[in-house]
Design a protein around this ligand. Structure first.
Ligand SMILES: *Cc1c(COP(=O)(O)O)cnc(C)c1O
Length: 361
């Protein structure tokens, strides 16, 4: 390889410095690491989906504006007629679309720390400066620090997940409203976990010209389809649409998502089951003397132990995969995150954790 053909000379240094988003192998394991809904769809609905697949014209490009799917989303989520919808191949792609659209040479993308890691990573992909404002020790918003950072950095966009990942809590809505009013740019409220939260900014959308709301079907049961959406005023969404690749939502995703959205009761029953299991798991974790469990409004629970990596590995050896957050941020020292699974998976997790804790001391 000649020197000029060396990736080190071609690829941007900030990309060379990244490590790729790591998805650990999970074959044969109890998979409680990725906030997936553990339940499948009912057999009758799966039969209907099979029929859709049978007749889908896969030789044609999908509907580039996904008219029918958007109408179903509008109905299912109660989106007002005066608001637009932009679809993404997962909400990850929407973050990327926004980042590309705002990437002026001096633009800043702001979030909190710890937050969803893709905010920072996508800022890097798009060559944008990222500013992460630390949360308080209890994972609440540090409003004074946020307002100071906004004044200093004048961010083009702020992303706040509501509830937050990986901490699971809802930030104070009054603090968020202060941030919306203080920021010169757009603010995206990322409601990936809305199905488990009973709280939303959707009713505020009409009132603030710089507010956008992001949702995804991933955490509520359709992670494999990859469908996210952004809701907001057309002034913004018309511009962002220009950056969206025309056929980013495939035909199977359009057909299946629309079908399932006509049966939203299925997904909300599953979300209810997950919420009641969450309460049981939190209560169990709360009884363990060496564990601090944090309140969750999502489908996962953050908890702190004495030796996170050791416990994580011991669970893994017993075929239970959760997420080790130790080392990812100073506020997350010795923290682990478990996704709420089926009752059976959850009780296996709890029993195994109890055994491990009694062995490790
Ligand atoms: C999982 C997650 C997403 C990404 O969801 P996709 O729609 O699957 O890309 C976005 N934001 C937060 C906070 C998440 O936890």
């Amino acid at each position: 390889m000649s020197n000029s053909h060396n990736p080190k000379h071609i690829i941007r240094p900030e990309i060379l410095a990244l490590s790729a988003y790591h998805v650990p192998p999970a074959a044969g394991m109890i998979k409680l690491d990725a906030m997936e809904n553990p339940y499948s769809l009912p057999p009758a609905l799966r039969d209907e989906i099979a029929q859709l697949a049978l007749h889908a014209p896969v030789n044609r490009y999908p509907d580039a504006s996904a008219v029918s799917l958007k109408a179903a989303l509008r109905q299912a989520l109660g989106i007002a007629d005066n608001l637009d919808i932009l679809l993404g191949n997962g909400s990850d792609e929407i973050i990327q679309i926004i980042a590309m659209a705002i990437a002026k040479p001096d633009a800043v993308l702001m979030s909190v720390e710890p937050a969803f890691v893709m905010f920072r990573m996508i800022a890097t992909f798009a060559n944008i400066r990222y500013v992460g404002v630390p949360l308080k020790q209890d994972f609440s918003l540090d409003l004074d620090a946020m307002l100071a950072a906004i004044a200093k950095h004048q961010p083009a966009v702020i992303f706040l997940a509501y509830p937050n990942n990986p901490t699971g809590n809802l930030f104070d809505p009054a603090a968020i409203l202060s941030i919306i009013q203080a920021t010169p740019g757009i603010i995206v409220i990322d409601e990936a976990y809305q199905a488990f939260a009973e709280a939303s900014f959707i009713d505020q959308l009409g009132q603030y010209p710089n507010l956008l709301l992001m949702r995804t079907l991933s955490k509520s049961g359709l992670a494999g389809l990859r469908l996210g959406l952004l809701i907001g005023r057309s002034e913004w969404l018309q511009q962002l649409e220009k950056v969206r690749l025309p056929y980013n939502i495939g035909i199977m995703t359009q057909l299946i998502a629309e079908k399932v959205l006509h049966h939203t009761a299925v997904l909300s029953e599953q979300a209810e089951a997950i919420k009641s299991e969450r309460a049981k798991m939190s209560a169990f974790l709360g009884t363990m003397r060496s564990i601090t469990v944090y309140p969750s409004n999502a489908n996962f629970i953050l908890f702190r132990v004495n030796a996170a990596s050791q416990i994580f590995q011991a669970l893994k050896q017993r075929n239970i995969l959760i997420k080790n957050l130790d080392g990812s941020h100073p506020l997350l020292e010795n923290c682990l995150r478990v996704t709420v699974g089926t009752p059976d998976e959850n009780s296996q997790f709890c029993a195994t954790l109890r055994t491990i804790l009694s062995e490790t001391v």
